[in-house]
Design a protein around this ligand. Structure first.
Ligand code: XIL
Length: 360
């Protein structure tokens, strides 16, 4: 039984392996049906529908916007689960060796606690946020820095976060094996199991997740993630769950059936599953802007619906919540990937999420 949220069993049977990989038939845009434009601060709170569905509904947060009333107003009204978008990563905390700056992570935790939200730490070990000084370390010195980092950060947030993304993006994109990172090069493949054991020592209560992208449905990468976590469980390594990042496009999202099949096989290992960083890019969707937004609504609706229907899927987190602040623009080009627009008004996608949480 997961320790994050009560579970409501839906019991709907979903799955057969289609054998044609991970793609759903192309979505034909339909005329826009859901109203939008209502200020988010006035819209029906998504967190109430999430609570009723037994799931957590989260958003990635940037501490720099916590002084913005529009940002905090919508965030506090609609979400009950927070992830720091950057502030708890290694290079954000330990810019120079031995001096940890927890101030921005603490600000996010304080906001969450003041608004009755749970917090997930992100991410203790990720090749994408290694401080500059780490690269020059010898293997022995990296081992010491690695252990000190997990211990000090885990202990600092102990009792204030309910879960950690312990290891992030350690599997190669083609699913051929583990990603070649500084951790693997200097600490060996064992670094993954070591990270989980160190995290458990630092915070005995937090749920410990492996987190990755591109393995949401059924494909070579999700097979490799599956065998990685299966192996960790078999070794008795303290891992509690898997995060499926879900940075997807509306033109080619993984199919519901394959996501559900992936969630179920992970659950069969005794693991919880989170959709941990969802956003849905629409810039390449053919048709008019309202048609693009309606396709986006249906993608949010069906994928959040998969999590609502799967007993071991505990939470859905969006990587941000307003199009005013999304990493997608810098990473993939200007887009509107989230459920509130840049003026913090609801988009059709908001209704897709609300309907899915309400099992409509
Ligand atoms: C991204 C943040 O959104 C950006 O602001 C930052 O510049 C880079 O990191 N996978 C993850 C997240 O696990 O931590 C990344 O977040 C996005 C991809």
């Amino acid at each position: 039984m997961s320790r994050i949220a009560p579970i409501v069993l839906a019991g709907a049977m979903l799955v057969t392996q289609t054998g044609c990989g991970d793609k759903r038939p192309p979505v034909s845009p339909s005329p826009p049906t859901a109203p939008s434009g209502t200020p988010g601060i006035l819209a029906e709170p998504l967190r109430d529908a999430a609570r009723a569905s037994g799931k957590l509904l989260g958003a990635a947060v940037q501490s720099g916007f916590l002084a913005d009333g529009r940002y905090t107003g919508v965030l506090g009204r609609h979400f009950n689960y927070l992830t720091a978008e950057y502030e708890m990563k290694w290079d954000a905390i330990e810019r120079s060796r031995g001096s940890n700056d927890f101030s921005r992570g603490d600000a996010i935790v304080a906001f969450g606690q003041a608004n009755g939200m749970q917090i997930k730490g992100h991410a203790l070990v990720w090749h994408g946020s290694v401080p500059g000084w780490v690269g020059a370390l010898s293997a022995a010195d990296l081992r010491a820095a690695f252990e000190a980092h997990i211990q000090s950060v885990g202990e600092h947030f102990r009792g204030r976060v309910v879960a950690w993304d312990v290891v992030n993006e350690a599997v190669a994109d083609d699913g051929s094996g583990l990603r070649d990172t500084v951790f693997r090069q200097k600490l060996g493949d064992q670094y993954i199991a070591d990270a989980f054991r160190l995290a458990r020592q630092a915070d005995p209560q937090a749920l410990l997740f492996y987190n990755d992208y591109g393995g949401e449905g059924l494909n070579q990468k999700s097979d490799r993630i599956y065998s990685l976590v299966q192996g960790l469980r078999a070794q008795g390594v303290p891992i509690d769950g898997v995060g499926l990042q879900m940075h997807i496009t509306a033109t080619n999202p993984p199919s519901d059936a394959n996501i559900a099949a992936n969630v179920r096989r992970l659950a069969a290992l005794g693991l919880s599953v989170n959709i941990s960083e969802m956003d849905v890019r629409i810039r390449d969707v053919p048709g008019t802007p309202p048609m693009r937004l309606d396709v986006q609504r249906s993608v949010y609706h069906s994928i959040v619906g998969v999590c609502v229907a799967e007993p071991r899927c505990d939470a859905v987190t969006f990587w941000g919540f307003t199009d005013a602040h999304s990493w997608i623009d810098a990473q993939f080009g200007a887009d509107d990937p989230l459920i509130f627009d840049a003026q913090y008004a609801v988009k059709p996608a908001y209704f897709g999420v609300l309907d899915a949480l309400s099992r409509r």
